[in-house]
Design a protein around this ligand. Structure first.
Ligand code: NDP
Length: 227
């Protein structure tokens, strides 16, 4: 069976990815900052390898990639993300906090993808996905504000688009996915959909990626989102 590696798997959308791929019989490498204390991960059963990983720690990313050098990773899902300081309004910006959000939301997905490139390249399915947000869309921004989160996801989009171009010759497909507005700790209770619906949709989109849709900005239902 194929193997998927998921970052930020301790809760929310990442945990749901683990659950669904395990249910389908995949081998799942679930990574999280403190996975032993994730009740959700501890309850999962199946072909599961749980590993500690803070995606902002580049040495730890390289060490995990080295320790998993015998694994092929069919699908690498860069899911870990933070909203950052909630006070992100004009004249009340936390610039230090902004840098930290960039480190996690914009830079870590590239670092993890680089570290696991060979694992993905030797797999059968050769797919890398990143969880972005429609809030990173310029065209969709009618409400302003959210400077930190919006800019971090817009930067992630630029990064993953370049990655899709650079990896095309190696046959690696890149999905840039908006999960919808999802009821998780980040999305809040008033969000529109549950994680199971979002993840079922994104799994289909990832499985259906083609050279034509690699590097496109896609909603969880597969529809395109304007940059
Ligand atoms: P949650 O806040 O519920 O979960 C975030 C996950 O990311 C947690 O597992 C958290 O781990 C992990 N994480 C945060 N920082 C790090 C780090 N440095 N290293 C490793 N893991 C880390 O968010 P969601 O599940 O809702 O979001 C998942 C992704 O989807 C994010 O990238 C988010 O931006 C994106 N998204 C979500 C939307 C929504 O409506 N929910 C909408 C649009 C995009 P820990 O438990 O250790 O904190």
């Amino acid at each position: 069976m194929p193997t998927v590696l998921i970052t930020g798997a301790s809760r929310g959308i990442g945990l749901e990815f683990c659950r669904q791929y395990l249910d389908d019989g995949w081998r799942v490498v679930a990574t999280g900052r403190d996975p032993k204390n994730s009740k959700g991960l501890t309850a999962l059963r199946g072909d599961l390898l749980v590993q500690a990983l803070d995606v902002g720690n580049h040495e730890a990313v390289d060490a995990l990639a080295a320790s998993l050098r015998r694994e092929s990773i069919d699908v690498l899902i860069n899911n870990a993300g933070v909203y950052g300081p909630r006070s992100s309004a004009l004249r009340n910006l936390d610039y230090a906090g902004w840098g930290e959000v960039f480190r996690i939301n914009s830079m870590a997905a590239l670092k993890v993808s680089e570290a696991f490139l060979d694992h993905v390249a030797r797999s059968g399915q050769k797919r890398i996905a990143a969880l972005t947000s429609k809030m990173g869309s310029m065209a969709d921004n009618r409400s302003g504000g959210s400077y930190v989160y919006r800019s971090s996801k817009a930067a992630l989009n630029a990064v993953m688009k370049s990655l899709s171009v650079d990896l095309a010759p190696r046959g690696i497909l890149v999905g840039i996915l908006h999960p919808g507005w999802v009821r998780t700790d980040m999305g809040g209770p008033g969000a529109l959909i549950d994680a199971d619906v979002s993840v079922a949709g994104m799994r289909k989109v990832i499985a259906g990626l083609t050279p034509e849709t690699s590097g496109a900005f896609l909603n969880y239902d597969g529809s395109p989102i304007p940059w």
